[in-house]
Design a protein around this ligand. Structure first.
Ligand SMILES: [Mg+2]
Length: 273
């Protein structure tokens, strides 16, 4: 079966699943992402905030080169389909599932993302995309970004090149440092100069800073959200589910949920304070 016909079949199955899911009610997080206009407005507003923050920073920026450092999954491209299949028990929560789904290169763009990245291009910034997808996903990640019309200059996955080893850089701190050091190449293999990232954008804390550094407390970092950090809302999954503790990706969603304290316990704590 050709790649296209196989993908059409997958989409048809998914539409039929969604129809059943509607009858059975989607989990609230997924229903919000699929159905709520407020979710779409929130991502548009986040990217508009990013635009405004850049407009504030650029007049006083004296360096020659500058960049924006942007995540991909559920920041630029939406994973809502795969998370729905996982929630419905049609797929397992595993690296293989993500890779097999990403292979279709069919993830839609998040509202507001492309307009913002075009603005960065207009202003002469370098767009550095940084994802924790494994190296094997490079070709179809490129294909998906290109078929969605996403402008970008550099793409870094969990991979290594001649100068860098990012294979275990899950907190992205090595890749953030590499922008400053000037050890990255653009998408054509041409070396990028050392430069400052004026904005960091993502749906996870690790897209913005390293939460494993004890100095990076909530209070220490919150001022950044008025200047150079922008969050894209993602209620479907993420580090927020783990109460600040890293859990390997292979831990299933149901296991994560079972490790979450009961709501009544949280409520009792809230009421006691
Ligand atoms: Mg992400």
């Amino acid at each position: 079966m050709s790649k296209i016909s196989s993908f059409v079949l997958t989409i048809l199955c998914f539409v039929s699943l969604l129809s059943c899911a509607d009858q059975a009610l989607l989990p609230r997080d997924l229903a919000y992402v699929w159905k709520a206009d407020t979710f779409r407005y929130a991502t548009i507003q986040a990217y508009d905030t990013a635009t405004q923050l850049l407009k504030q920073q650029l007049p006083s920026y004296t360096g020659k080169n500058w960049a924006v450092f942007v995540d991909i999954d559920d920041t630029i491209l939406s994973n809502r389909t795969i998370w729905t299949l996982i929630a419905l028990g049609k797929e397992t929560n595993s690296d293989e599932t993500y890779t097999n789904y990403h292979r279709h290169a069919a993830m839609p763009a998040i509202d507001g993302a492309i307009e913002f990245l075009k603005f960065v291009r207009l202003k002469g910034g370098t767009i550095i995309l940084c994802t924790n997808r494994p190296a094997i996903e490079r070709p179809f990640t490129l294909e998906n970004l290109q078929n969605q019309g996403v402008p970008f200059d550099a793409l870094y996955l969990l991979e290594k090149d001649a100068q860098n080893d990012f294979t275990h850089d899950s907190t992205k701190h090595l890749r953030r440092e590499a922008v400053t050091k000037g050890t990255l190449n653009d998408i054509n293999g041409k070396p990028l100069p050392a430069m400052t990232s004026l904005l960091y954008i993502g749906d996870q804390i690790t897209d913005l800073y390293d939460p494993t550094n004890p100095a990076n407390t909530f209070d220490a970092m919150k001022e950044h959200f008025k200047t150079d950090f922008v969050v894209i809302p993602n209620p479907m999954y993420g580090l927020w589910m783990q109460h600040g503790v890293f859990v390997p990706r292979e831990v299933s969603r149901s296991e994560l949920d079972s490790n979450t304290p009961p709501v009544t316990q949280d409520l009792n704590q809230i009421l006691a304070n």
